[in-house]
Design a protein. Structure first.
Lengths: 303, 303
């Protein structure tokens, strides 16, 4: 494997599949099951993070890193760390005390396949390992860059980001939120980690502020469009397509973009956001074509 | 507040109280409740980490840092991070799916005071913030030191350390462990974080390997003695003294040092370990007196 990532002729689908396979290979190596009693928590961690999935966040990491010619071996470390955090958040969100989901990515959720206690610990283990991976010299030769990655991931994933967004999401079950509050919730719950995925390439490259701001802008619009698309799938998709129960949001009485805006306006809003997202990429010219295709994919996807 | 920590005449009790007060002040500043909906998860994080407690781990951080003349403002950052990880582990361990405890440090456990979902998120938030604190420039001017702290804390807290130990502890409810397996369990579940507490002073000071090995040795013996003392309190203590239900281990059918060795042999084993722990400190001469007193405190404590 050379350090140069993807020829210019690669299609979005090929790049997405390659990002998934590169990230999964590294995850396999990072999470080796030890021959001891604690093996069970490693098995649950692997079950969660190696579940079939698009690996959209790893794709965003590798593609944003490619914009700056960052070494693949560094970018894939960050991709693996982010996928661990994403997987941990799903394991904890699916718990009976949270969203109480039995199905995820077409398979039993972690606490159904193992048990609730193991699922709590598997989530904890994945979150902890993500930071261990970022702090490792393999991620970047410069420890200042590694510290910046740790701090930025923690900010995105913590109480001011993903964890705070999930808190608001739980409160939303008992208290109607307006569109502004839902937008903020989603920026925290899913947007922050997507933004970190896109920005991480720039951090690895020590890229100038201008490039970082553009990638953050792209990611925020993309993340919101992604969430609206998710809400639309919850209403219009089928379990066979999405691999999870449909209508779950409505059943939980949660306000979503779709329940407030209606299907048609939600769809136009997503399209508007994708247009905005793509506009942020002008700075990078033709080099950002894969990120543009990713944006178009987000609102056309059926799963 | 000067950078010099504690005169040589300070007693162990004074130093312990001062470490607690310094750490709690910083925790207060690090965990400011925002005026937004996610406030609830911050309140739960504060409830858990600012609960009354001895703050033994922060004391070990500050005291080991003092051996090398490390700046107090750096050491207290590490102390706060470790206390967050310790608090998160208690919040998750107390959950109904895990140890199902209602009482902790004399107050309702986090999921009793808030709710289960909030407790899961509060634990996640504390763990995440701990890494954010370690990666922050306030913790050390040299990012290489900060990365080493992040990596070492993650190793101590993750599936090869605390999380793995808790996994084995859960398995132990259904499967009798021998004394070797229980020793390994406790080294992972509580020993690893105590070892990191003691070693962190040496990491902050970039101290030579010899000093780090000595502190790790001290901490491992201390941690095991601490656990045996805990098991003894579970048998001999009262809820009024310990602030948590007694007899919980026996009720859960768990093998402990006391259930296998009996009270008398467990007590001698703890005393032996304390002797060993203190012997590791010879290298530091008189400067390590507070750590020696801490070791003696561990087996004499009643709470």
């Amino acid at each position: 494997m050379t350090e140069t990532l993807w020829p210019n002729t690669i299609t979005f689908e090929e790049a997405l599949a390659d990002a998934a396979s590169l990230t999964d290979s590294l995850l396999e190596r990072l999470l080796v099951v030890p021959p001891d009693l604690e093996a069970r928590v490693y098995e649950a961690m692997r079950y969660a993070v190696l579940a079939p999935g698009k690996r959209m966040r790893p794709f965003l990491v590798l593609t944003s890193a490619r914009l700056f010619g960052v070494a693949l071996r560094c970018a894939v470390q960050v991709a693996a760390a982010i996928e661990m955090v994403h997987a941990y958040s799903m394991v904890h969100d699916d718990l009976p005390a949270m969203d109480d989901s039995d199905l995820r990515r077409g398979r039993p959720t972690c606490h159904k396949e193992f048990d609730e206690a193991t699922a709590v610990l598997a989530g904890d283990g994945l979150l902890t390992t993500a930071f261990e991976v970022l702090a490792h010299p393999d991620t970047h030769a410069d420890p200042a860059v590694r510290c910046e990655l740790v701090a930025a991931l923690a900010a995105a994933a913590g109480a001011a980001g993903m964890v705070g967004g999930q808190m608001i999401d739980l409160i939303a079950e008992h208290r109607p939120l307006d569109i502004g509050a839902i937008t903020r919730l989603q920026r925290m719950k899913t947007g922050a980690l997507i933004a970190f995925s896109c920005e991480s390439g720039a951090i690895l490259a020590k890229a100038p502020t201008e490039a970082r701001t553009a990638l953050r802008g792209y990611a925020h619009d993309l993340g919101l469009a992604y969430q609206i698309a998710d809400d639309l799938l919850d209403v219009e998709g089928s379990t066979a397509e999405t691999g999870k129960p449909v209508g779950a949001d409505a059943a939980a009485g949660k306000a979503t973009f779709v329940s407030i805006l209606g299907v048609e306006r939600a769809r136009s809003q997503a399209e508007l956001l994708i247009g905005q997202a793509v506009a942020h990429l002008d700075l990078f010219g033709r080099r950002a074509e894969l990120l543009r295709e990713a944006a178009r994919f987000v609102i056309s996807r059926r799963t």
